[in-house]
Design a protein around this ligand. Structure first.
Ligand code: B12
Ligand code: SF4
Length: 464
């Protein structure tokens, strides 16, 4: 028994929530924090069961840095952990330094941004950084803390030893996803999560078999820490039942990168839902090529299992631009998939990128393709750290912004554009407004359009 106390938190904001965050939360409720839920459930299953956890959702709860600090102080933790996506990295660093100044606790950081820039974390308030998926190394760290074991044997972490930064060997992530227990939501402020309104969410696969240049890391890093893996259909449907029983959910948002990648597996999930007579509305993302491969029967099967909406990355109307992104699907496939969804009355939420290869005509053509969607998410192309494109640009000597707050997909940071940065940003705003409040949507999806207008207005008003 250790009686170790651990706080896991999102960083408080130092300047208003980002534009992107406004869109991903609804009426103050957000998608549950999968990484934190999984870190805790795995640690409890395979390590010391007496660890006392508290999760603070500083951003969702609207806490200031001082308020967050006071909450953490009251809990008097031995360890504080934070995950860093690039867009919120600056906030994380400021808060980690505040923690170090005020608390006698070990500050651990993880997630995408620190996987690429572990040194940066160690220079900005973090004592230890975990790289890649971290269930195994997090459990080992807790174990080391309670037993006094040396950090040198723990793979997948970076830390300082006598002032020198040490990067231990990579840790391969958990191979069998079914061996990870369902995320632990007990220590979380669940009233801020969507499932408090009956809307569940889950992750059924990790990562993606495709290799879009703006999304995936180069082959070697992908092999080491981001291989595509799937949970078994039985395990997925077990979690659906668990969420229904424990949180009373009646909708399920499948937050995978590429949920329909393996058609046979998805069909088995649908069969299992039917066999167990589960009545649930399903919302998930899927690529057009999967819809085309599966065809009408596949889509009907999904609808029969409860599909209420599909989220599809359309990206662009031009084949040559899709090729540059290495999207590995054609404009014809995207058209065909959208038509099929339309024919079977499946609302589609599309997303597309305005990027360096676009001119006003390619943007208008892509917008036309998305016109009949239930909603459209438009982002500006950014080479996010660790992606194939980011690394290639760095190698070419391109000066990429190191102001991480720019990386929220709403500003233009690339230099090799066919349009000016200003034109791209103006087109982006026009596209967001015109596509999300168009006459077609107002008639076909009046309720959703109302909420979207509300969100768009408050996101624009709150933009930093
Ligand atoms: C689900 C998801 C979301 C959800 C919910 C996220 C949530 N609450 O957890 C929603 C839809 C809200 C979302 C929003 C956004 N997302 Co998102 N999202 C994902 C997605 C598809 C899955 C994430 C996930 O849960 N994976 C499963 C968990 C178990 O794995 P994990 O997140 O990697 O966590 C592990 C490790 O990273 C590490 N770790 C993570 N946190 C911590 C903390 C500590 C203390 C430790 C020790 C370790 C650790 O251990 C975890 C367990 O193994 C990923 C893509 C992906 N394949 O991961 C993109 C991804 C994370 N999102 C991304 C982006 C850009 C965004 C948005 C900015 C997009 C937008 N324009 O709206 C917003 C911003 C959100 C924000 N607050 O900043 C990028 C991040 C890139 C980057 N470098 O930061 C990703 C990688 C997609 C991509 N390739 O572009 N997202
Ligand atoms: S953009 Fe979508 S399809 Fe492409 S690699 Fe990322 S998750 Fe996979």
């Amino acid at each position: 028994m250790s009686d170790l106390k651990v706080v896991l938190t999102t960083p408080p904001t130092y300047g208003g929530v980002t534009f992107a965050e406004r869109f991903t939360t609804e009426r103050g409720k957000g998608v549950p924090n999968f990484p934190l839920g999984y870190l805790m459930s795995y640690q409890k299953a395979y390590g010391d069961t007496s660890v006392d956890y508290k999760v603070i959702e500083a951003r969702l709860e609207g806490l200031t840095p001082r308020q967050t600090l006071r909450r953490i102080e009251r809990f008097d933790p031995d360890i504080v952990g934070m995950g860093l996506l690039t867009g919120i990295a600056e906030d994380c660093y400021r808060f980690a330094k505040l923690l170090k100044k005020n608390l006698d606790a070990t500050v651990i950081g993880g997630n995408y941004h620190l996987t690429r820039f572990p040194e940066e974390g160690l220079e900005n308030g973090f004592d230890i950084v975990t790289r890649g998926e971290s269930e195994i190394q997090f459990t080992a760290l807790i174990d080391a803390y309670t037993t006094g074991r040396n950090l040198s044997g723990i793979r997948g972490i970076s830390y300082r030893n006598n002032g020198e930064i040490v990067h231990n060997e990579w840790q391969r992530p958990v191979e069998n996803l079914d061996s990870i227990p369902f995320p632990d939501w007990e220590p979380c402020p669940t009233e801020f999560y969507l499932f408090s309104e009956g809307r569940g969410s889950m992750i059924t696969t990790r990562h993606c078999p495709n290799n879009c240049r703006f999304c995936q890391p180069e082959r070697e890093r992908k092999r080491k820490y981001r291989p595509y893996r799937e949970r078994s259909p039985g395990n997925v449907v077990d979690e659906m039942e668990w969420q229904i029983e424990n949180f009373g959910v009646n909708e399920m948002f499948i937050a995978d990168d590429n949920a329909l990648a393996n058609i046979k597996r998805v069909e088995r999930i649908c069969d299992e839902i039917k066999e167990r007579r589960i009545d649930i509305g399903l919302y998930c993302g899927g690529r057009a090529d999967a819809i085309c491969r599966g065809g009408e029967n596949f889509l009907r099967k999904l609808i029969d299992a409860g599909l209420r909406m599909l989220y599809m990355g359309v990206e662009n109307r031009e084949d040559w631009i899709l090729k540059r992104y290495n999207k590995q699907e054609t404009s014809e496939q995207i058209d065909k998939a959208l038509k099929l969804c339309h024919k079977l009355d499946v609302p589609v939420l599309t997303s597309f990128i305005i990027g360096p290869y676009d001119d006003p005509f390619t943007v208008i053509k892509t917008m036309a393709r998305c016109f009949k969607s239930m909603g459209v998410q438009v982002t500006i192309y950014q080479p996010l750290p660790d992606t194939i494109d980011f690394e290639e640009r760095l190698r070419r000597g391109e000066k990429l912004s190191k102001n991480w707050s720019d990386y929220t997909l709403t500003t233009c940071i690339t230099e090799d554009n066919r349009m000016s940065k200003r034109q791209i940003e103006i087109l982006h705003k026009l596209a967001v407004i015109s596509l999300n409040v168009n006459p077609y949507q107002l008639i076909r999806y009046p309720r959703q359009t109302f909420f979207k207008v509300k969100k768009t207005v408050s996101a624009i008003a709150d933009r930093r």
